[in-house]
Design a protein. Sequence first.
Length: 218
Amino acid sequence: MKSTTLTFLILLFSGSIAFAQSECHYYHKKACDNKENYPMKYDSQSKSAILGKGQISEFHMVAYDGLDYRISICAEEILGSQIQFKIYEKKRELIKKEEEVVEEYSEESSSDESSSDDYSDDYSDDYSDAYSDAYSDDYGTEETQSNKPKFKVVKELLYDNASDSYNNQLEFTAEGSMSLIIEVGVPGDDSKSKLKIREMGCVGVLIEHMKSRQAGFH
């Protein structure tokens, strides 16, 4: 009887999560509206998600040269008013020759133990943005490939609203095309208990853009 009751509760909770996710799908359009500000065009890179306290999630966006952007964060009341968001720029950094030597040595020195490749994530080809073609690895022969430059992916922090009084809105101008990562975090403890129902709610990230406004007299 107890097993049947527990199974029913799990199914009920799973159904509630699925319903909440569907409800959150366009949350950014309903809750992050900026009617009081000057109008910008809706950017299809906007997203919404369901998050619990203590959880962090991120997604990628591309900011294009010559455009002004406004990013607005909104969340349901149950998650609190201090939603943290950070903006990183994703870059590929050239690996210096001495770094390659250290990497090769560390791989050869572990004969019996399986060594962890520190750069396993850095060579990921999971690039679905405008920068993917800029780093083509098609160099032809094996000999030329051994001499080709190697890159690692790095994240450079550009903005953290925790140091800006948890401001829920940011406007900026893209200086050249930029591959960005938007990271959103909900304050609180992320409970590991399997039976504790999380305090969860919708979080929206509204992205808007317009042609860059030129300052000064023209």
